[in-house]
Ligand binder design. Sequence first.
Ligand SMILES: Nc1nc2c(ncn2[C@@H]2O[C@H](COP(=O)(O)OP(=O)(O)OP(=O)(O)O)[C@@H](O)[C@H]2O)c(=O)[nH]1
Ligand SMILES: [Mg+2]
Length: 431
Amino acid sequence: MSDPDSTSASTPVPAGGDGGTSAQVQAQAAQLKKVKKQKVLLMGKSGSGKSSMRSIIFSNYLARDTRRLGATIDIDLSHVKFLGNLTLNLWDCGGQEAFMENYLSQQRAHVFSNVGVLIYVFDIESRDVERDLATYVNIISALVQYSREAKVFVLIHKMDLIQPMMREDVFESRAGVVRRKTAETIAMVRKQQPELTSPSGGSGGPMMMMGPGPGNYPHHPYHQNQHHPQQQSQNPPSAAPIPQLDTEMQLFATSIWDQSLYKAWASIIHDLVPNLSIIETQLASLGSAICADEILLFERTSFLVVSKWSSPHGDTNPYGDRFERMSNILKSWKHTCSKYTGTPRNAEQFSDFSYKMGANFSMFVTKFTTNTYILVCMPPGEARFNSAKLNVAAARPWFRFLDGPVIAPSSMASPSVGGTNAEQGNGNGGE
Ligand SMILES: Nc1nc2c(ncn2[C@@H]2O[C@H](COP(=O)(O)OP(=O)(O)OP(=O)(O)O)[C@@H](O)[C@H]2O)c(=O)[nH]1
Ligand SMILES: [Mg+2]
């Protein structure tokens, strides 16, 4: 570990300031300006826990509050602003059978077009696994028909209801079944590809007839397209190559009662966050400059980890789940603060929090930009700690793009980093 005092002299490289060509800088600035909108479908059978997880992650609900949630009627659409330049259009699709039938028939093109991400939730306690899988297969075939580029995440949920010793086995076995069903669905779609990609716009695509129940919906999409030719022509099936979904999809074991939910959702948003490589490069520069062991960047409301960086020493930390644990701990702590101070749960409650663990480590969590908090973990040492705090404050302007899409290239110019000229703002660097 280098001398802590040296941090005040080091100048991490901000985006665009690494001597790249002006074309590169311009391209980067243009990229920073883009606002990304993503349609996220949240599907699964009724009672599987979709609205619960959405409310906990994005609306500051406690796990126990979700018991009061009623069944979602049709589709609950919400726009979640995630950082300055990402909007998640969350489609929380009520999972009662009548609604599911409707999504797969009358609303098929409307629901499954332009999807960025499908999150499919299975209730591990469900008694009718075959029926759940049949519905899942129908959803996947509709997705592949209209949005082949969509990413798929499958959450095997309510794992708290399984005995801890059996969780891994139960999850692996269910995940295996889901992958197999997905592979079968994709194989079936491939067989039918000629119809799907025909110039006439296809015949509405395949409708898997696997297992009992929802597989046999009365509104076959073939018929739907005959009845609604206009809708079909407005929303042509995707012509992109059929993805290898069974291997590309990610599966997670989740529960609203522990940090597993944060792990899954952090992975889901990770790929959606714009400018991720810029964020990662700059976090790495900052981490090396202040001699940190680890840096985590959290989104302000959800406390999901947007990006992280570890030094070689930080990488040796044996606790692989520490990131989602920190999300869970900080959010619970925020809720506790709200309870004992009488502040609303959605209000900002803390701007800075430091913890010095004797000769082991020091850490601080501080409001970083308007939309983010930063956690810095470092070796002990008062000078190193104080210097790091000042340098993190000084680095805020580099991360302004996290707060809004519009940024003048000049504002990316290298700010001088050092204890003496640290920005004395209120943490809202992007305002
Ligand atoms: N044990 C346990 N219960 C959960 C979990 N997640 C959600 N629940 C409970 O499951 C019930 C139904 O949850 P909802 O989120 O309303 O289910 P939904 O998928 O939105 O249902 P629909 O809106 O009808 O499609 C609630 O009482 C939740 O408290 C979990 O991880 N474990
Ligand atoms: Mg619901």
